[in-house]
Design a protein around this ligand. Structure first.
Ligand SMILES: NC(=O)c1ccc[n+]([C@@H]2O[C@H](COP(=O)([O-])OP(=O)(O)OC[C@H]3O[C@@H](n4cnc5c(N)ncnc54)[C@H](O)[C@@H]3O)[C@@H](O)[C@H]2O)c1
Length: 274
């Protein structure tokens, strides 16, 4: 289905990342992937020892997981979307290498107002906390698209997919505040890009709202097992599995699919419940 197609996969931390399941499914369908991981870039300046250690460990885990799960020959690159130069560097490197992308997965989210599964009340969220979450989790979709298009890496007819959550629309039963707003923005950005890039470049853009999933780093930092069990009970088909998400992304990445501007649910039907 995806032979001779190359996709950029962002947001892999380890073997449990949702993006890893998507990458595996692309390979299973004959496609190629290039993966990015969060790590130290040349633009980071003076990092504290703690921050440098966190980023280096994160990047090593990412590289090890990609090699183990996807193969030694899969290209890996560092990317910190909070630094615009890092996104630009990635796009320019691809241009130099002659990389042509048929699409990319945006699977990036960060919210420092969630700590130890406790969330800061929205009225306590600072401007910096609000903007950091918005920048990394939503605006980065615009900047990735911008730089990849500017360097002629993202080809006409490509497919962009972003990962969202039901909290973009509804208050959830578990604490989730600041990031909900960024997810709403991410979805809105996806829809606006669908119109803008569909008309100008025949490029599609869709978002998928996935079930609660605790096994990834982001899921584990946010959810409790009780949250996952509650969603499981509320969902007519029980929680969707990461594999279900991967099938849907691959479907949306298929070149012949004329689907765009969708906010899809891969959540076992959770969204139809009260
Ligand atoms: N886990 C869930 O319950 C769930 C449900 C629905 C949607 N999602 C979404 O799926 C996506 C992937 O999440 P996941 O559950 O696989 O967790 P994950 O922790 O594996 O992935 C989140 C990724 O974001 C990356 N990231 C954070 N800040 C970054 C930055 N500045 N630059 C580049 N990368 C950065 C992290 O390194 C990590 O790889 C996220 O957008 C998340 O909101 C998750």
């Amino acid at each position: 289905m995806l032979s001779n197609k190359t996709f950029l996969i962002t947001g892999i931390s380890d073997e449990n990342s949702l993006a890893m399941y998507v990458a595996k499914e692309i390979l299973a369908n004959g496609g190629r992937v290039i993966c990015t991981g969060l790590g130290v870039t040349s633009h980071h300046g003076d990092l504290s020892e703690r921050a440098a250690q966190f980023l280096n460990t994160n990047y090593k885990d990412f590289e090890d997981a990609v090699k183990q799960e996807l193969g030694e020959d899969v290209q890996t690159e560092v990317l910190d979307v909070s630094i615009d130069k890092s996104i630009e560097d990635l796009a320019l490197k691809f241009e130099e290498q002659g990389v042509k992308l048929d699409g990319f997965l945006h699977a990036i989210a960060m919210d420092k107002t969630i700590r130890g599964k406790q969330v800061k009340p929205l009225v306590q969220v600072s401007l910096d906390e609000f903007c950091d979450t918005m920048n990394v989790s939503a605006y980065s979709l615009i900047r990735l698209s911008h730089h990849l298009l500017k360097s002629n890496v993202l080809q006409d007819g490509s497919s962009i997919c972003s990962l969202s959550y039901i909290a973009a629309e509804k208050v959830t039963f578990h604490p989730y505040r600041n990031i909900s707003i960024a997810k709403a923005a991410l979805e809105r950005i996806t829809v606006e890009l669908a119109d803008e890039l569909g008309r100008s470049r025949n490029i599609r853009a869709n978002a998928i709202r996935f079930s609660t999933y605790i096994s990834s780093k982001a899921g584990n930092a946010t959810l409790t097992q009780k949250d996952v069990d509650t969603a499981n009970k509320m969902s007519p088909l029980q929680n969707a599995r990461p594999e279900d998400l991967a099938y849907e992304v691959v479907h949306l990445f298929r070149p012949e699919v004329r689907i765009t501007g969708e906010i899809r649910h891969v959540d076992g039907g959770y969204h139809i419940t009260g």
